[in-house]
Design a protein around this ligand. Sequence first.
Ligand SMILES: C[S@@+](CC[C@H](N)C(=O)[O-])C[C@H]1O[C@@H](n2cnc3c(N)ncnc32)[C@H](O)[C@@H]1O
Length: 637
Amino acid sequence: MSDSQDAGRSVTLGLMCGGNGKVEDAQVALDDAIEAGYSFMVTQLVRYPRAGGKGSGASSSRSSSGGVVSAAVPEGLTHSDLVLRDLQNANCFVGIIGDWLDLAYSGAQVGGEDVKHSAAELKRELEWAIYLGLPAVLLNSLPDSASALAHLAMLTVDSFHTIQLQFRNLWVRLSVDSNEDLRKFATFLTLAAPVSSFVGVLLELTPELPDAGMLARWRGEPVRGVLVPTSLFVKNKAGYPVLLRAHQAFVKSMIEIGAQIIVQTTDGTPASEAAAYAEYVEHLASTMEPSPVGGYEDELQAPLQPLQDNLESTTYETFERDAPKYKLYRKAVRRALADLPDNLSVPGQEPKAPYVVMVLGGGRGPLVAASLAAAVEAGRAIKVYCVEKNPSALLTLQMRAEAEWGGLVEVIGSDMRAWQPTELADIIVSELLGSFGDNELSPECLDGAQRLLKPGGISIPASYTSYAAPISAHKLHTELQRTTSSSPSVEINMQTPYVVYFSNVHVLDAPLPVFTFDHPNADIAAGGMADNTRFTSLSFTLPHDATIHGFAGYFDCVLYKDVVMSINPESHTPDMYSWFPIYFPILEPIHGKAGEPVELHIWRKTTTSKVWYEWAFTSPVPTRVHNPKGTSSHIGL
Ligand SMILES: C[S@@+](CC[C@H](N)C(=O)[O-])C[C@H]1O[C@@H](n2cnc3c(N)ncnc32)[C@H](O)[C@@H]1O
């Protein structure tokens, strides 16, 4: 498969000839398509209707090859039936399953002969596709009735199981403007749950695109391909085919989530005449912004545990490249120092004591450097204690203290909760935040370190708040169904939060605040105990019918007064990339209707050795309480 080589994004291009992907000689057609700039073809698997195609949504343009079709279903495929056979490049074909298969039998036919034959036929076509080594097959439509959908799902699951899941992809063709298609697809995915990770969408564009809300919904669906009929192209001044602005924008958004683009020519147009469309789509992709995360979109990562584990040098290095974050810290320290009385010593007068700044969890020292620079800017004298428990990072800190920081910084190798200082701090500076704010145990660490701060002293950050919003994210959810040696249990996977850069994800409502933590902690300041357990219930509204696969988590953080950093999409600090959102899955996706409330409940629980979250939805459908007692996921104290 050849990808676009230009800057911007890469896109894989496919070609479908005519309404039904019918070609005379597949090998010749593929050679022509490759010559024209495509990497693969979507073609019929089998040559012609065999049993009348009733109810499967088959239209004459999609399923007929002409001639009267016999009502009798033959026993098996014969050589002359096959469009795809003896392929040299099998991985360059997506095979269309025969529309004539009566997958959508009506109730009246239950138990009838046709049904049995259809099941056998489907299995034979799938087996043939596997024998050939095709990467995917395409179902041209989903049936309308619930019973027919159920039957199709049963057949699909049955076939996949019989063929032992060697088959990697079943594409279903849906129309971009059809609410009904989306509804049927959601039902089909539920019914075919055991194999839903193999099911993807081939999304057919229409001349009139639906409204932005409907288009956004596709962002959360497993769109593997976008079918663009050549009839949607118009000629530009130079006579080349181009797409109208709305189609362009949508095609780009689908390329962004990794969809392949399949150009569909009109009946009778040979592959060799489709080159201009391929050039155009490649050009479109080349004008897009490159991926900001170098291909790490939708990759699920276990959250860091900087308290329990020791971070590696490369992790610190990645943090340190995030200039906007350290700029904000520098600004916050500068403002905080500027709010304290001037303490610069004047020659001839009694020297004044420097302010004591403690950097807690110093890593390799970027917050020390930011604090020293802020002191110069604010015109205040400071002395810095840098506390770090990672023995390897300490070596870097000690080297920097000697070589760069001119005796102003004392490095302390200790857990901040245990260190006994010789003097107290005017300001403590820390960055112990995770994607969900408190999930790297900043509250517990800073509470333990609060005794290092003078009464009335300043904590940077002053507070942080987590946010949550329900999401549709079929791709992330099915990813968790795959078990590996490091994550052997689906039950555990689905009750564990993951850090992930969202791409093939649709956020269903604006994020709402979850938990807030303030520092210094008023309870401790008043001589009491800190209570970092929390519970909150949130209520969202579905903008349209949707499948919910869990919720997204974000945070924002007040460093000092109006100096705020945020990864909440509503207020995200520009260009700050240290934190991706966090995804909390649910075991079974739930479905809701437009306008229905989504009720989400989240608990933060603690013991002396660990912290964990539990979560549940009660609407539109109740789910179980996930991660009880932290048995699937917790953060070690
Ligand atoms: C998220 S990193 C930030 C490091 C650095 N401030 C930066 O911005 O690159 C958190 C650091 O705090 C350290 N840390 C976490 N908990 C700590 C504790 N209880 N005592 C001392 N250091 C701790 C970790 O080892 C890690 O170096």
